[in-house]
Design a protein around this ligand. Sequence first.
Ligand SMILES: [Zn+2]
Length: 423
Amino acid sequence: MNFSSPICAVVLVLIVAKWAVELWLRRLNQQHVLAHAGAVPQAFRDSIDPATYSKSVQYTLAKSRLSEFEDSYSTVILVAALFSGILPWAFSAFTNQFGQSAWASAAFLFVTGVALSLPNLPVEWYAQFRLEERFGFNTTTQKTWWLDHLKQLLLGLTLGYPLLALVLKLAEWTGRWWWLWAWACLLAFELLMLVLAPVLIMPLFNKFTPLPPGTLRERLLALARRAAFRAKDIQVMDGSKRSRHSNAFFTGFGRFRKIVLFDTLVQQLAEAELEAVLAHEIGHYKKRHIPKMLVWSAAALMLGFFLLAKLAQANWFYGAFGFTPGNFAAALLLFGLLSGVVTFWFSPLGHYWSRRYEYQADAYAAQTMGEPRSLIGALRKLTEKNLANLTPHPLFSGFYYSHPALLEREQALARLSHEIEKS
Ligand SMILES: [Zn+2]
């Protein structure tokens, strides 16, 4: 590395600052959880027993400690990759062997990406087969776990690799506005994936089946009719193949929409509670949350490509990390490695918007159901069964949570029910 380069110092400061803030927030949260660990907080005394509460505290702390390790470990790997000189060395070795065509450069980027993700594999394995196992969540077999990773690798090879080659080709072909072309192509790819992923990719990992006939199906179909939502898009996924955690989600847009309930959720919740969860997911559709998020991500992607185009022209950017200036693949690699150090500081903003959407979907569900009790019941059971943290530190949840904490959601729903009564 070039120690005299001020850019190296700036990058190092950004990396260390991110790591320090991550550790600080995790410690803050751990202390907050421990400070409330003595007894079930007042607000939850009716809904959770002391044994489950203490188990949720232990689970939260165990996960937090593992995340501390992961934060530190990935920081060390990033610093080593950026400053040891291994990347420029590997790049020139690779291009000497395979040339500098777009396909060869894309192969180098792909292989480097895979190589840099390998050190995290043992941590992932430990999280699934030790930590999740210890708290009774793991149902993944070794075979499923390895097959999942193999499938992800093959998906990367068939989708990610050609996409990388396309971006490199566009940079060659389309002149100074290449980054707008690349942005448009990536955006088109993102839209295509939103449509194709539920049909082609998700079934590679899970089985999706329509709701079986019965009272639950009748009830959910009736709700879908009331909300004018095409009901054949409600499906059950075999989440229990990997974990006892339960969930539900909404994906796609327009005609390509789909609501998925985990089989674990269907087992855990009462029918009225499942109805409320479905109403919440339909709320995401009705409030157009996915198209709105797409607009934001398109804007962020455009900004990203614009910055990449600027950096790719700057000799100091290459020089700081030991690369020969002007090789676009090197700029793309450095940009990919460094983008997380910058986007980290903006992630609370994204999470803030995501929480707003959750409140809106909750409100839609309560209005559609005519009462908030079923949704509150569902949220409480979800929190309990997943051993979710009931007492996150406000700064921690503000920074990291894409969904509001249980207490915040209950309070918002209580305010709403007062309003419904008044009107
Ligand atoms: Zn939601």
